[in-house]
Design a protein around this ligand. Sequence first.
Ligand SMILES: Cc1cc2nc3c(=O)[nH]c(=O)nc-3n(C[C@H](O)[C@H](O)[C@H](O)COP(=O)(O)O)c2cc1C
Length: 200
Amino acid sequence: MTTDALVLDAAAQDLLFREARTANTFTDEPVTEEQVQAIYDLVKYGPTAFNQQPLRVVLVRSTEGRERLVQHLADGNKAKTAAAPLVAILAADNEFHEELPSQFPHFPQAKDVFFAERSVREHSAALNGALQAAYFIIGVRAAGLAAGPMTGYDAEGINKEFFGDGEHSVLAVVNIGKPGDDAWFPRSPRLEYDQVVTTV
Ligand SMILES: Cc1cc2nc3c(=O)[nH]c(=O)nc-3n(C[C@H](O)[C@H](O)[C@H](O)COP(=O)(O)O)c2cc1C
């Protein structure tokens, strides 16, 4: 269904949403550094509270890195992650407040006024990091690639393996590439507008 209410052209609507799918298989075509940089340079403009930008990304390219990651994944996620052209570990930096004086310059005191407590930072980083993860997935689609996001893993295991500092919390692992053979399950339904939206 297309509508005049959206200004984005119909092809872009399809690319980003209607025809975009969660891929479970991929071709061998590599995902380049240039593509990942273009994705980040687009989605970095997605909004976060206090412009806090807690998202951190680890690109897993080496065989050794792939093995270190796959051991922490749920069994059903192992094979497709081992075979994907690129895997990104998306994590929230719970010490994001250190960057606030430079990233929120019109109110640099936010670092201490709002984010002195770790528990507050963790809560905020989880929400805003998840938003940025969503922007990232849409950015992958904007590059003509498919994403396969996953949260079926041992989060503590990944945190220790890739972020030994205790300051990061994994948000999602995302397989990235061109979709391969038989790449997705049948499209599942979506809740309709009236099931989701109320007006007061
Ligand atoms: C945050 C998140 C976590 C997910 N975790 C897994 C997972 O661990 N394993 C898996 O096979 N699919 C996982 N999925 C895939 C979803 O089931 C899929 O995106 C959803 O059913 C929509 O599919 P579609 O994009 O093809 O319509 C995850 C998706 C998201 C966004």
